[in-house]
Design a protein around this ligand. Structure first.
Ligand SMILES: [Zn+2]
Length: 54
């Protein structure tokens, strides 16, 4: 299974993990701009990393 992990390098924490089977790239981008917008609004560097899990 493949997951995308939304990570804030300023807070040094994982904001969320999303299964790519259920969350498209667009959907994750939308979540970054809504659910996690407090970080981007404060100028934090939010990255999306790919994780693979069996
Ligand atoms: Zn942050």
């Amino acid at each position: 299974m493949e997951f995308k992990e939304v990570y804030c390098s300023n807070c040094k924490k994982v904001l969320g993990k999303y299964n790519t089977k259920f969350y498209s790239e667009d959907k994750i981008g939308e979540l970054v701009n809504t659910t996690h917008s407090a970080h981007t609004r404060n100028g934090h560097q939010v990255h999306i990393r790919i994780l693979e899990k069996n």
